[in-house]
Write a new protein. Structure first.
Lengths: 281, 282
């Protein structure tokens, strides 16, 4: 996080209907383009879009604290979304990729568990450091009582802060966000892997087993790229920091779903084009 | 609408720097084509120099975008840049000799759409948002293709995904030892994004100066280039490898000493710390 984080943009909570419709029309155009040039890749593209939406939605659950959290002045994990996404999401993606041979459902669930586990460990260690290292209790600044446990928060909140530490609801939010992110990243990877296994053998005139390193690497790097794009766009939606699902900023998620849908459709189109466009030059 | 919170004073105007960046990176990446013309591999290092030109441009773009206080930290801009850049770059490699230009165009196109999403659908309402994200995606694509050209000596899809080998007299392709098949593209991704985001992330603040920030970006860029030179040992001959290493080290040393000089210039006071001298008899 930067020192510039002090001045947040004044992004409002309302959706911009005109822009959203333009965005959705663009998404339909991208899907239509894939339908025209490679009909077999339409279902994978829809899977990619679903994965992107899961990532964009999942980020809203993760308690991103940023620089204020590092100073114990705001609740959440003391880093930015880009770092949390790279940590939790890629942990899930790697977990899911190991299980890719076991089918879409098993692999996606494995990816979700990988992401959720990573976030659970992160949240636990964050609280250990807050409580035993910095000597501050966990207290939310946005709600008076924890929505899940009913514990009162106000008495524990220091004056002049927006809360501190990682309350139970934020912890749960982090794990849920990790589940969504890991599942979404894995879904993108699996869908792209399927497309590349289908198209690459013809491009290189080789057997499927031979091109697997290229297919896996391409699907992996595209999944990482799309993961970061969706995570950063969701981070822009929450303007950097959020406490978890109880934060009023959480209600902005419909905007992020539209944004992730359009961005994933665009990135998925390009990722599919790479095997469809074959100019032999 | 949000207020701009740090005003850039002095330095080269952003648009001038952008033109230098585009020309410098395209010229650098295309100079690697001398490999094909002359039949050697010695000119691969130009790809890295082209990538550094793009990095310097991108660093100034990040400064321009993040001066509006996007709230997510400077590294997120670097991640978005390379996340969209790698997607543009990999499609661009399919277009043969036109790949670097296509990387620039596709990067600008994808970035402009992502910028529209961020600015309008997500209602960020930052005046330079669309242009900045378009530039950043183009920078990501150009840096990726430049470093790829430096590591492998070429920037088209087939050579970076399959390496021709001869097995028992028959020619075949080895996929797992290529740049993409071996996964080195992921390492290039991170090396590039670290170089792009570090300059402004480290130098931002009240006394930020453009030349110091950009020198730091170039310095980290040369460090990344040194790593790419080591990658190139897997794909290129010993001669090209040594030339790349020497160029990277010279470039790094020059920019590092420049950065120290500029830091001393901008610092309120400079106190050289000495190594702790062990007293005799202990």
């Amino acid at each position: 996080m930067s020192a510039l984080g002090a001045a947040k943009p004044a992004a409002g909570g309302a959706m911009d209907p005109v822009s959203s419709v333009i965005g959705l029309v663009l998404a339909v155009i991208f899907i239509g383009a894939v339908f025209v040039i490679a009909p077999t890749a339409v279902m994978p593209l829809l899977g990619i879009i679903l994965g992107g939406v899961l990532i964009g939605f999942g980020v809203h659950f993760v308690p991103v604290g940023g620089a204020p959290a590092a100073m114990g002045q705001a609740p959440g994990i003391a880093t930015g979304v880009a770092m949390l996404a790279a940590g939790a999401g890629l942990a899930g993606l790697f977990g899911g990729a190991w299980a890719a041979e076991l089918g879409v459902v098993v692999a996606t669930v494995t990816g979700a568990i990988g992401g959720g586990l990573m976030m659970a460990i992160t949240c636990l260690m964050v609280n250990v450091i807050y409580v035993f290292g910095m000597g501050i209790p966990a207290a939310s600044g946005k709600v008076a009582t924890d929505p899940l446990t009913g514990d009162s928060q106000v008495e524990y909140k220091s004056q002049g802060t927006e809360g501190h530490g990682l309350p139970f609801i934020s912890f749960v939010g982090g794990v849920v966000g990790g589940l969504f992110g890991g599942a979404g990243g894995t879904l993108i990877y699996l869908m792209l892997l399927g497309v590349y296994e289908q198209f690459l053998p013809a491009i290189f005139n080789a057997k499927v087993e031979e091109i697997m390193p290229v297919a896996i690497s391409l699907a992996g790097i595209f999944a990482i790229g799309m993961f970061l794009v969706n995570a950063v766009l969701a981070a822009y939606n929450i303007t950097g920091t959020i406490e978890g699902p109880h934060d009023p900023k959480f209600k902005r998620f419909p905007r992020a779903i539209v944004a992730s849908l359009v961005a994933s459709a665009l990135c998925g189109l390009v990722a599919i084009l790479i095997v469809v466009v074959n100019l032999n030059i | 609408m949000t207020a701009q919170i740090t005003v850039t004073e002095g330095g080269i105007p952003h648009n001038t720097l952008m033109i230098y960046g585009i020309i410098g990176s395209l010229v650098g990446i295309y100079l690697t084509y001398l490999n094909t013309v002359t039949g050697t591999q010695l000119f691969s290092f130009f790809g890295g120099l082209g990538a550094i030109a793009a990095l310097v441009w991108g660093s100034d773009t990040i400064k321009r975008l993040c001066s509006y206080g996007i709230g997510t930290g400077v590294p997120s801009a670097g991640m978005l840049s390379f996340g969209s850049g790698v997607i543009a770059m990999l499609l661009a490699t399919k277009f043969g000799i036109a790949s670097p230009v296509l990387a620039l165009v596709l990067g600008l196109l994808i970035g402009a759409i992502l910028g529209y999403i961020a600015n309008n659908i997500l209602a960020m309402k930052i005046p330079v948002m669309i242009q900045s994200i378009a530039e950043l995606a183009a920078v990501g694509a150009l840096v990726m293709i430049g470093f790829t050209a430096m590591a492998t000596g070429s920037f088209t899809f087939s050579p970076i995904s399959a390496i021709p080998v001869t097995v028992l007299g028959a020619s075949a392709s080895a996929f797992s030892t290529s740049l993409i098949g071996g996964g080195l593209i992921a390492a290039i991704f991170m090396l590039g994004s670290i170089a792009l985001q570090h300059g402004f992330n480290a130098c931002l603040g009240p006394s930020e100066k453009q030349d110091r920030t950009l020198t730091l970006t170039a310095e980290v860029g040369f460090l990344s280039m040194l790593m790419i030179a080591i990658f190139s040992f897997a794909f290129l001959g010993m001669g090209a490898f040594i030339v790349s290493i020497i160029i990277s080290v010279i470039g790094w040393y020059y920019t590092y000493s420049q950065y120290i000089t500029l830091s001393k210039r901008d610092a309120a006071a400079w106190l050289d710390s000495k190594p702790i001298v062990e007293a005799e008899g202990h």
